[in-house]
Write a protein that binds this ligand. Structure first.
Ligand code: HEC
Length: 165
């Protein structure tokens, strides 16, 4: 059976593809204003890179462009995220509740925060001094996934940035 079909059959995923509530979409992102979009630290992203290699790369590819599974960074991913109206909060839910696909929920809260920090870095979001939270926050639900206005690093031809050492 195809991955997408199998995924759709999981009842706890039913919330996932739905766009974010209208209210959240309409509200301007206070988080972006407060942090200039910097919602993770470089140290977290570095840790997350190792977790990604171990727990995610087999399906999503070493360059995050997807192999058996879809792209989760760069132009293809941003296209999907924008089409579906995903926020960082939705991305966090997808990852913490459903990934790794073959062993959901198997990472610690700290490891999930780190791998999410890595995904943000790979999507060229800038690092800052505020760590990515280990628990869902209201702010994350307001932060829509778009191409960052100030790219952190130089994207490759797929639009993926590498973690700055
Ligand atoms: C065994 C394979 C597998 C592993 C390992 C895996 N994933 Fe996935 N992932 C998938 C599949 C398949 C989908 C798409 C499901 C669908 O849309 O039906 C997916 C979807 C996603 C999505 C949403 C993208 C989209 O367009 O649907 C994100 C984000 C994601 N995975 C992140 C991760 C992270 C982070 C890890 C490691 C902690 C991980 N995945 C490990 C198979 C995997």
């Amino acid at each position: 059976m195809r991955w997408r079909q199998r995924f759709a059959q999981r009842p706890h995923l039913s919330r996932w593809p739905r766009p974010a509530p209208k209210r959240a979409q309409a509200r301007p992102s206070t988080l972006i204003k407060a942090t200039n979009g910097a919602i993770y630290t470089t140290a977290q992203a570095k840790q997350g890179e190792a977790i990604y290699t171990q727990s995610c790369a087999s399906c999503h590819g070493t360059n995050l462009q997807g192999v058996a599974a879809p792209a989760i960074a760069g132009k293809d991913f941003l296209g999907t995220a924008q089409k579906n109206g995903w926020t960082i909060g939705i991305l966090r839910t997808i990852v913490t509740e459903n990934m790794p696909f073959n062993n959901p929920g198997s990472l610690t809260a700290g490891q999930y925060a780190e791998v999410l920090a890595y995904l943000l870095a790979a999507n060229c979001y800038p690092a800052g001094t505020t760590p990515f939270p280990e628990h869902a926050t209201a702010n994350l639900a307001h932060l829509k996934i778009t191409e960052p206005s100030h790219l952190a690093g130089t994207p490759d031809r797929f639009g993926v940035c590498s973690v700055v050492p």
